[in-house]
Write a new protein. Sequence first.
Lengths: 499, 512
Amino acid sequence: MAEQLMKYSEAVKKFDPVIGLETHVELSTNTKLFCPAPISFGAEPNTELTPVSLGLPGSLPVINEAAVDYAIKLGLALHCQINEWSQFSRKNYFYPDMPRDYQISQYDKPTNGEGYLDVELEDGTVFRVPIERAHIEDDAGKNTHVGGADGRIEGADHSLVDYNRAGVPLIEIVTKPIEGAGDRAPEIAGAYMRAIRDIVRALNISHARMEQGNMRADVNVSLRRDPSDPFGTRSETKNVNSFRGIERTIQYEIRRQAAILDKGGEILQETRHWDEASQATAGGRVKSDADDYRYFPDPDLVMLHITPEHVDEIRKQMPEMPRERRNRLKGEWNFSDIEMRDVVNADALDLIEETVKLGATPAGAKKWWLGELSREANAKGVALEELDITPQAVADVERLIADGKLNDKLAKQTVAFVLKGEGTPEQIVEAHGFKVVSDNGALQAAVQEALDANPDVVEKLKGGNMKPMGAIIGAVMRATKGQADAKAVTKIVMEKIKG
Amino acid sequence: MTDTTELVKLSAVQMAEKLRAKEITSRDLVSAQLDVIDAAEPSIKAFLTVSGEAALEQADAFDNLSDSEKAELPELAGVPIAIKDMIVTKGIQTTAASRILEGWIPPYDATVIEKLKAAHMPLLGKTNLDEFAQGSSTEHSAYQNTSNPWDVERVPGGSGGGSAAAVSSFEAPLALGTDTGGSIRQPGALTGTVGVKPTYGGVSRFGAIAMASSLDQIGPVTRTVLDSALLQEIIGGHDKRDSTSIPEGPRPMVAAAREGQRRDLKGLKVGLVKELNGEGFQPGVEARFHEAVDMLTAMGAEVVEVSCPNFKYSLGAYYIIMPSEVSSNLARYDGMRYGLRVMPPEDVAQTAANMMAYTREAGFGDEVKRRIILGTYALSAGYYDAWYGSAQKVRTLIINDFKKAFEQADVLVSPTSPTTAFKFGEKMDDPLAMYMNDIATIPANLAGVPAMSIPAGLSDDGLPVGFQFIAPQQRDEVMYKPAAALEAALEESWGAPIWSSLKTPWLDGLNK
């Protein structure tokens, strides 16, 4: 059963991988692509319907102009040629989840033509992914197979169909064959998908949640001995819906195909699927030239006319793209490449930006979101933004520290209470009586006491060795029940030693 | 109160006048029509469903309106109408005369039905047709054969044979049809009624069951030209639910028809299409056609011959484009969501794909299957350019032919159908002979231009002959004027409307 795999490092030494990605992005319009049925996640099955989304006899599609504008935005972000005239075509095939038994898609006249996307890899290298097209189409309904193992159709007793999703607008972004990726093919695919996710979020045109199926990709992989050879036969792994899955699919397919080709075997042109449990792709339907969707222009829909003026209008409304924004913020915040990558990987960019806007220093904001709060989110298994703390609260804590009203220790306690829902930082400071001891007399006395108790430390400090300073601060903290300001303590110690 | 037989022989305009004069009520009209339907149906079989009770309720609703409310309504308010069963009616079974939709009760109304309801026009019921409007004799209905009221041994034409026969037999003063290649006009010609195919996009297709979407149009079926004009103004106009709908209101057709009744055609240039008469046309049809052309001349029109050389390819192009669209439009009838479902026999795998196959095998008739197969083939990879691509090019050539012809003439004329009504079964085994019926009507569908058929008298065999007018795109009113003029001139020459010579045994004994 288990397939022969070649070691990855050996596979990419012997073969040149070529990959291609077809990414489906579900648009977050209020209504469907061709009728006014509402769209919401998790609605009761078969409640978000009109005669059009059920394909009832006599019903006709009418284009949702908001969806077209969303598509133009994405086209601009991907540097695509926005075609002045585009057309919807019917893709004919029978399937229970297709209300009309044809999908309305775009064929030879897509709205968005050729373009590209520059993606940044871990080490800062920029790789240009060539885009073939980004066209508009409607989604099918959803089948649920009941009675078989794992919800698969094989062995199922019966199936249920939910047409709520039927007619939801999709954009399919099709890359050209991505060549020259070499051993970094999986990484490039992952970075590309994350970049698409960031772009559609920045454009606010999709919820872009892979786990909810808002984004999914068909992953094409083929191998050839040498970059000068023609493309090899490809496999197409359908509907992969996680970044890791996409990377692993490519890795797996490279290893699987390399093992076959190395033995003189032939790659079957087929559709496969990624199985998360076994971390492997499994064979599906053998594709052949016999697959014939009998595309023809949909006579129910007139051609889409997108004037250059309209494109200009949309261009003016385009927000800053994620990569440009990252570079700008990196400069403004004076972060290193590594610091910035940590921020991005922690999904903390928006939160830090907001916190800084509310008055915190970039370093201070980063310290909280990537430190305490990331640990808390990890422990709870939630996203950073789902924690019960706002950028406002973090900025408030930072302000209290700057004002000398909180020290690090008290600040951590305050944040912990905010997370428990006890109120704003000010309210918590008030309620718990947190107070940094800045009364000079009390602090002077406590420091003197600590110095007297540690003459060896005093000697070292006098000799210029600052390492034992912590011991004095610790002693003062204990004496003041944590309410001393460490900076103030250090200052007094230095004065006393010099004095 | 007027006698039933007298009442039902009135034109819709005359009925409306009596309503306004309070001589009759809408309920009187509907009751009279229902009586005629009861009496005529055993021999005519025009209706698949009669919605009598709902029609009476709609009539009462109209009758209960105040005079000022009635004054706001279109002229034909309160006059009942029959609907081809290709148009979706909320709560009334809609079958397209196919087994595959047997029992389907639509949850919504077509736009034209909404407009008729808003105009307070009671719906008498749903009329028979060739299954999914595919045929020229109504013999391809899965339910029944409809008889031609002029000779019950003969077909009423098709696909809208039910609507044409209902209007011709006085079961209804008005009806709606759908015309994809002549399905309103050819039955009009064969039953001595008026049938209009409006400009493509002039009447919303929302709720018209699709046969070939780029060709389908809903249009009026009536006994007079003026009734058609009034009806088309009610059902026409822009509809945002149909993207192919023209974003403008209906043309001034009623005014044009009323002007035509004055029978002055001075300044009008009439183009006689060389390719649409002569060879292949029945001598009696040719004779009535040329007599009518002479009448147009007598009323002051200038008649010129125009040539449309590419019309000879229109039948071929039509029989590629139409089945291609049919093959896709009819895919949705798969047993999954509505209509017929046939499960495979026990020894066959009980899969969705097999259920779809058995359902479609049982639910579709031969002609529908023939066209689905033709269209599937024409759209296949490797054949698309040769078939569908070439046919679309022919379509462009035909549009250009019309453009040139309309540079020489305001309106074009031809016989509507090459023959008068034929006998049941006569062409059922010869699809090509059946397809030839539409030779003169198809070009207007391919080009999207408006066209209408009006009765031009009886051929030597005593059966009605149709006379076709074709106007430029979005200029529907241009054909209404000469059509009304010719109708008036012909009526004067006959001394009475054409239907006065129709024998109506089903009306005997109705005036108790």
